[in-house]
Write a protein that binds this ligand. Structure first.
Ligand code: FAD
Length: 381
């Protein structure tokens, strides 16, 4: 039996691919599958608009996974009947004052230097595309290839696809630790005793580092990074915006974004906070989100506020995922996806299930093995 610890988008996606291939696979979640970061996310699939200095190694992986999304969504619809609201209107990043616009021009040249397919729009052109944008918008970058999904529907679809393909889902079962014998994985431990297994995929999101029994050399350096979000409700037939829109941030919200879903929910995110496992909403966080969103899209003022929540991104030391084998035979990692776990889900599912079945590390995930952190330390000595 293959044991997957964590039933978020990573664990369920890998489990689905393994079950489809006829493997005996069980996903364990200490709560209800899909209800942590996977539920809290905004569902953006935007490697171009989110490309940042220092994350160049991540870009090819992110672009590869983005290219897999259309088929992934179609396959989920075909096997479960659940439409995950894959939308292809693209993503826009706007500048609101002269400072912003100049900064955005620099980002635009950076995007171009990476060979990304992006377009510069004047304020007028940006408003032609999205007429409800504030008059202050003075310029924008449009990325036609950056899309989005409804991540909550993805979780629901993956859960059902996994079980229909023959996978076993055990919810409300916390895995306390991993046991080893002669240096390799031999079992997982629960409060009710141990379960024998020689293959464990650790996909426990922000909690991955906390699992008991892990040899130090195999413990992924993952920490929680809090994100607060709010949602307002638009008229689904008359949405204020059609595409995802990013704008300038402020303090605890480094950049504001708006992600409109087909059911009229408009997600506004997100704070980025080093607060451990705290997921309390704060007045300051919610105020910043609403104020920044209102600056960019004044029409939200009269919309009903329908939800507010916070989630924990599983962040690694270099903000890239940690994928593949560890020095402990039988222990495989699929964690540390930070702010890109929805985007990277199709690729993670394929690459990790291939590794479990064939034992070979695919070329896409080679730069994202756990041993890169050890190499970085050695290089700095
Ligand atoms: C506010 C916010 C906005 C985001 N927006 C986006 C976005 O627009 N696009 C994007 O690509 N990504 C986004 N992300 C990131 C994305 O949500 C995560 O990278 C992704 O969901 C991680 O998936 P996961 O399966 O690794 O973790 P999770 O979804 O957190 O799942 C981990 C699971 O493991 C379980 N678990 C933990 N410990 C144990 C244990 N000991 N035993 C059993 N089960 C255990 C938990 O209960 C949980 O269900 C966002 C994240 C946040 C917080």
């Amino acid at each position: 039996m293959i044991a997957i610890i964590g039933g978020g988008i990573c664990g369920l996606g890998i489990g689905w691919r393994l079950a489809q291939a006829g493997e005996d696979v069980t996903v364990y979640d200490r709560g209800v599958a899909g209800m942590e970061a996977t539920w809290a996310a905004a569902g953006m699939l935007a490697p171009q608009a989110e490309a940042e200095h220092g994350e160049e190694a991540l870009l090819p992986l992110a672009l590869e996974s983005r290219a897999m999304w259309k088929e992934f969504a179609a396959e989920l619809l075909a096997v479960t009947g659940i439409d995950v609201d894959y939308r292809e209107e693209g993503t826009m990043v706007v500048g609101l004052d002269r400072d912003d616009v100049e900064h955005l021009e620099h980002r635009f040249s950076y995007f171009q230097s990476l060979g990304l397919d992006v377009q510069w729009l004047s304020g007028y052109e940006a408003r032609k595309r999205e007429p409800h944008l504030a008059r202050a918008v003075g310029g924008a970058v449009y990325s036609a290839l950056d899309h989005q999904v409804d991540n909550r529907k993805v979780a629901e679809a993956l859960r059902s696809a996994f079980v229909d393909a023959g996978g076993t889902l055990k919810e409300n079962v916390e895995i306390i630790g991993v046991a080893t014998a002669a240096g390799r994985v031999s079992a997982i431990e629960t409060a009710d005793g141990s379960i024998e297994t020689d293959t464990v995929v650790l996909a426990a999101g922000a909690w991955s580092r906390k699992l008991g029994g892990l040899p130090e050399t195999s413990r992924p350096p993952v920490r929680p990074l809090k994100g607060q979000m709010v949602a307002v409700q638009m008229e689904p037939q008359y949405p204020l915006i059609e595409s995802v829109i990013w704008g300038p941030g402020n303090g605890v919200v480094p950049s504001i974004y708006l992600a409109p879903k087909s059911n009229g929910r408009l997600i506004i995110g997100a704070t980025v906070e080093e607060m451990g496992f705290d997921i309390d909403l704060t007045a300051g966080g919610v105020m910043e989100l609403l104020k920044l969103a209102w600056d960019m899209l004044p029409g939200i003022y009269d919309l009903p506020l329908v939800e507010s929540w916070a989630g924990l991104r599983p962040a690694s030391r270099d903000d890239a995922p940690i994928l593949g084998p560890t020095p402990t035979p039988g222990l495989i990692l699929a964690t540390g996806h930070h702010r890109n776990g929805i985007l990277l889900a199709p690729l993670t599912a394929k690459a990790i299930s291939d590794f479990v079945r064939q034992g070979e590390v695919g070329s896409s995930i080679k730069p994202f093995l756990l041993d890169r952190f050890e190499k970085a330390v050695t290089a700095n000595v």
